[in-house]
Design a protein around this ligand. Sequence first.
Ligand code: CTP
Length: 394
Amino acid sequence: MNLRVVVAISGGIAAYKVPLLIRMLKKAGCEVKVVVTENALEFVTITTLQTLSQNPVYSEMFAEKKSDFTQHIALADWADVYIVAPATANVIGKYANGIADDCLTTTLLAFDKIVFFAPAMNTKMYHNKVVQDNIEKLKSLGVNIILPEKGELACGVVGDGRMVEPETIFATLESFVEQSQAYKGKKVCITAGPTYEQIDAVRFIGNYSSGRMGFELAKVFAEKGAEVSLITGPTQQTIEHCNVKRFDVKNAAQMYDKTVECFENCDIAILSAAVADYTPKSTFDTKLKKKTDSLVVELVPTKDILAELGRRKKENQVLVGFALETDNELENAKEKLNRKNLDFIVLNSLKDAGAGFNVSTNKVTIIDAKGEIYNSELKSKYEIALDISEKILS
Ligand code: CTP
């Protein structure tokens, strides 16, 4: 592994195991720098850490006062990965709330790449709602939490809260690195969100799609190394990833043009957008005035983007569609899969509570061209996106 790793040690008894992790990282070819809290030095010595990492250890904010006031920025810029192990309740709480009052938390706050936390603490502390909420917050911010195990703790109690062994932390990092290469070199085109079909200057026909599923897909594929083009209808969703290029469109016709253009050079296309099937025949650039009689808006069909990509698909391209069904779900989805020449179709049923539009969870059935079926549990849209990425890979 050709990585620059900062091992950040906070003050828990599990700190005594961390020198082993440093050794494994070094043996695997990583460059390692260590940052410690003052309390961590009650459990492990600077000499050990310095010898194993073959680098100076960072412990004081102003140690290098004379030469370098901004070592925390330099360290954060240098590193590819931060591993906080053990991560005490204190350091978890500080990071979750943006507190930077020592060398470890300051460098961590200045770091914007991949972060792992391996929590370690007493069972009661671990199950305290404040700590659990902080862990959830870190997860939602993209921190990778290596959950502690059940076992005998330093206080003699047997319960949750023991830091995993250094081998497990190392294996987690290794598999993360492997995963992040899974789609390296692949170009992926994803559509997301609703489309807005203009009636007049202030009115449109839209739908309840939040765009969340498509954004989670973009995130997952980007994290796995793909170059993602995300073509999205109007949405509140945001995404920050250097592998994602976002294209905002408004209506079905614009989404058609951009997606067809993008498909030309991509390896995989996943169309999760809820595209309008009809659009007003005439649109008005001014606001229609209210009249006493009824208003008829004539609708004409939009072009089916997915079907068009199915027609254009080359042998080495993978095409994935979504289907939102209320009746005869499986039959209809299979029919769509065949008719639109897809490799996979992801079926959402509106009958499933917690699935479909405007929720953060989903429950899907993935069907492949051979008719093989995979049924997911109700899970987060991020996890569903992971499932889809794994199916395509397999
Ligand atoms: N789709 C598309 N272009 C359209 C309509 C739909 O690319 N104009 C795509 C969607 O992004 C989705 C799939 O087609 O991946 C299925 O959409 P869905 O609305 O379930 O099916 P339709 O083909 O529109 O058929 P129906 O509405 O009759 O179920």
